[in-house]
Design a binder for this molecule. Structure first.
Ligand SMILES: *Cc1c(COP(=O)(O)O)cnc(C)c1O
Length: 398
């Protein structure tokens, strides 16, 4: 009997079999088609009766290595990758929902998620309710006879609100619905939603999985049956295929995910504490702070680590001044980047109200709690003193 391998080991080892050349690092296969051994074998492969690659849209060995590795790290049976995080959400919705079905989401989800589910899918007759992230009772109260999916993101972007995955899984399952969790912020290093009862884990590979801000990627981790029966058909008809090169970059990123997430999270907590003591800062949002409203839940659910993203509100007397001051902090940066990605080794700062949440209506933005003075910091690996000096330049000169 061999013992099951630990997540650290799977993160560097899980992949498809080596080629006949015995390469130690997983190969990058750039090919759109695959030569078939026979017409009969080809027919069986297209029918799904035999394993084997057929066409670049449907599968690729490098992409398969990424999928196997991420599934192993999430403790899922299977994974289906996509071209971006948003196309993973689109695949999930197209695969699981039809006109007349109802979805419940948190009102503080990623801006494009709110737009996709609340507006784009509404055109096709999918109903949705957006509820308070942290109020379990509100999720329960929103359940209807046609509810098919609960979709949560925890911690949220950018306010790091945490929801109780286990409680939401119970609500979903009692209603005969599924729970999907966007695990972009915590990553499987800190949080494994499937072990807590979630049915689907969604990822933007663009963020921590890549980890160096290079490529777009997305993924859904779920049961083998759901991947084969619900997601693969959408991939074949929708074509939101992850490019092999991008899969290779993200596959390599998974190897260092654990040490990056832990190191960046430690720096984020130290920065959150520094900001909390800064006279120009009104409020800091980071799950590792004792002042965070769901601090205890976050620590229990996220392996005792708050994550590498934080946000803060500058002190101001009105929304116009708040926006002006937040812009001043961002425009005073000389080392950190003014950029809207996250999970990069470079620290990235952004103004959510005019970027990630800029397409929302003012009412949606207020429901999500995104004020004009809010600055998000996705903490990277720079020296702590250089990060604080760069932020202090603007914060100390309003
Ligand atoms: C970035 C992000 C997405 C979307 O991913 P893309 O790869 O940009 O399409 C979804 N959810 C969260 C929490 C994100 O941060």
């Amino acid at each position: 009997m061999t013992r099951p391998l630990h997540p650290d080991t799977l993160a560097v080892r899980e992949a498809v079999e080596r080629s006949q050349y015995g390469e130690n690092s997983e190969a990058l296969y750039l090919t759109s088609g695959y030569v078939q051994p026979s017409a009969e074998a080809s027919a069986r492969r297209f029918a799904g009766d035999e394993d084997g690659f057929t066409y670049g849209c449907y599968g690729n060995p490098t992409v398969a290595s990424f999928e196997r590795r991420l599934a192993a790290m999430e403790g899922a049976e299977a994974c289906m990758s996509t071209a971006s995080g948003m196309s993973a959400i689109l695949m999930m919705c197209l695969g699981l929902l039809k006109a007349g079905d109802h979805v419940i989401c948190s009102q503080s989800m990623f801006g494009s998620t709110i737009k996709l589910i609340g507006s784009d899918l509404a055109k096709f007759g999918v109903e949705s309710s957006f509820v308070s992230q942290t109020d379990v009772g509100a999720w329960q109260a929103a359940v209807k006879p046609n509810t098919r999916l609960l979709f949560a993101e925890t911690p949220t972007n950018p306010l790091t609100e945490v929801c109780d995955i286990q409680a939401l899984a119970n609500i979903a399952h009692n209603a005969g619905a599924l729970l999907a969790v966007d695990n972009c912020f915590a990553t499987p290093v800190l949080q494994r939603p499937i072990a807590l009862g979630a049915d689907i884990v969604m990822h933007s590979g663009t963020k921590f999985l890549d980890g160096q801000g290079r490529v777009m990627a997305g993924a859904l981790c779920a049961s083998q049956q759901m991947v084969t029966e619900k997601f693969l058909p959408v991939l074949k008809s929708g074509g939101m295929t992850l490019a092999p090169f991008n899969a290779w970059v993200v596959l390599k990123g998974l190897e260092t995910l654990d040490i990056r997430v832990r190191a960046q999270s430690a720096r984020a907590l130290a920065l959150a504490q520094w900001l909390e003591a800064h006279p120009a800062v009104a409020r800091v949002y980071h799950p590792g702070l004792a002042s965070h409203p769901q601090h205890e839940l976050a620590m229990a659910q996220q392996s005792g680590v708050g994550g590498a993203v934080l946000s803060f509100d500058v002190k101001a007397s009105d929304p116009d001044q708040a926006r002006q001051r937040a812009f001043h902090v961002l425009d005073s940066l000389k080392v950190l980047s003014l950029a809207t990605n996250l999970g990069d080794t470079k620290t990235l700062c952004a103004h959510p109200a005019s970027t990630s949440h800029g397409r929302l209506t003012e009412a949606q933005r207020q429901a999500a709690g995104i004020g004009q003075g809010l600055v998000r910091v996705a903490v990277g690996l720079e020296h702590f003193d250089d990060v604080t000096a760069d932020l202090d330049r603007g914060l100390s000169s309003f």
